[in-house]
Design a protein around this ligand. Structure first.
Ligand SMILES: *Cc1c(COP(=O)(O)O)cnc(C)c1O
Length: 390
């Protein structure tokens, strides 16, 4: 396969494949944002996004990919009086601290190696040692590591402490059983572009009453800015107009992605994500690969990461899998670049059949490069998981 021919199959951990019905929805005629039918559609979409997150209130929809919405959360929520506890178990968790630094008074950080997870005991100790902590930030699934943090336990501690909790659930929501109330999140950020099988250019957020009040009291919270949460709150009517043009096509895609989730049934969606990841992990381990996660319990059901074997180069594995099998995987990113390879199980690719292809292509590419991968054993192990489900 030549470099300028698209791959046969993209198994990346974001951006991911979109469902065809989502892409079709994005081709609808563009509505004028002051047209009552578009405003009603936008409001209904915000309500549906809220319902998907098990909230009665409409979600906040932001017209940008989720990294912007996370930066905007820092800008809107964190005031010059806030002391932030930043939890860093990966590239995104670490990165939030740099955004926070523009706004906060000071920061306490807990950092663990990027193949590990934040321990609730460490959070408890930090909150005890620093009663002044007023905002806590955590990433649920730090995608460049493929690892999960125990946000339900962390959220309970933060709620007891009385601080506000920001959760980046961009690559976990929709792929597993997690909602804002489960982890006492005050700002819970996600989007259609990962596990919901939509496109990456739009975000939806659950915001608690306490977080809205904190933003209203924050005199430095941006207004008339792409980083403003307050501007976009319930802004879909003539009396509260959109501050800027909404991403109309992306809104159509978002609505369809959330509909798709409801039609299929959340539990069924979570089930196939978990099954695909389990088949992939068992297959890769049986082939001789080493999981990146320090413990299998923290390996995400939406991404599988393996360590690059000694003597091999990540980009060589990528190139061979693409050239010879037509399969594209994700590389590491930032601090994990060069150290791991990732397989996304998100949206349409969270299907067990893709675990078989992933194991064959990953182990096959590593074997071609001189690593003694047992491809047959890997495929048998993945099949055994799929055959023995339930
Ligand atoms: C995909 C993702 C985002 C969105 O940011 P990008 O840099 O555009 O990928 C944010 N947080 C996490 C954990 C993600 O996986």
């Amino acid at each position: 396969m030549t470099a300028n021919k698209p791959p046969v199959l993209t198994l990346s951990a974001g951006p991911v494949q979109s469902y065809p019905n989502v892409l079709q929805a994005m081709a609808r005629p563009i509505g004028y944002d002051f047209d009552p039918s578009f405003q009603a559609f936008y409001e209904e979409t915000a309500l549906e996004c809220g319902r998907a997150m098990r909230q009665d209130e409409p979600a906040l929809i932001l017209q940008a990919e989720p990294a912007v919405a996370i930066e905007a959360a820092a800008a809107s929520l964190i005031s010059a009086d806030d002391v932030v506890l930043n939890l860093a178990s990966g590239v995104y968790g670490k990165g939030f601290g740099y955004w926070s630094a523009r706004y906060h008074k000071s920061m306490v950080e807990i950092e663990v190696p990027f193949n590990d997870a934040i321990s609730p005991a460490a959070v408890e100790a930090a909150l005890r040692d620093h009663p002044e902590i007023s905002v806590v930030s955590v990433v649920h699934h730090d995608t460049p590591s493929g690892t999960l943090n125990p946000i339900v336990d962390i959220g309970r501690l933060v709620a007891d402490h009385g601080a506000l909790l920001i959760v980046d659930a961009v690559s976990s929501f929709g792929g597993m059983d997690i909602h804002p109330a489960d982890c006492h999140a005050d700002i819970f950020i996600t989007g259609p572009g990962k596990c919901l099988g939509g496109t990456p250019g739009i975000t939806f957020v659950a915001v608690s009453q306490a977080a809205w009040e904190h933003m209203e009291d924050n005199s430095a919270a941006p207004r008339a800015s792409a980083l403003s949460y307050l501007d976009w709150r319930n802004s879909w009517s003539r009396s509260a107009p959109f501050p800027f043009t909404p991403s109309t096509a992306e809104v159509c895609g978002l609505a369809e992605a959330v509909d798709h989730y409801f039609r299929e049934g959340a539990e069924e969606v979570w089930r196939r994500h978990a099954l695909t990841a389990r088949a992939c992990r068992e297959g890769l381990k049986a082939s001789g690969a080493t999981l990146w996660a320090a413990r299998e319990e923290i390996a995400s059901p939406t991404t599988t990461a393996i360590a690059v074997p000694d003597g091999l180069k990540d980009t060589d594995i990528f190139d061979v899998a693409r050239r010879d099998y037509g399969v594209v995987f994700s590389l590491g990113r930032g601090a994990t670049a060069g150290k791991l390879m990732r397989i996304g199980h998100m949206g349409p690719t969270a299907e067990p059949a893709y675990a078989l292809i992933a194991v064959a292509a990953m182990a096959g590419a590593m074997r071609k490069l001189g690593f003694p991968a047992d491809v047959g054993k890997g495929i048998e192990a993945a099949l055994a998981v799929i055959d023995n489900q339930e």
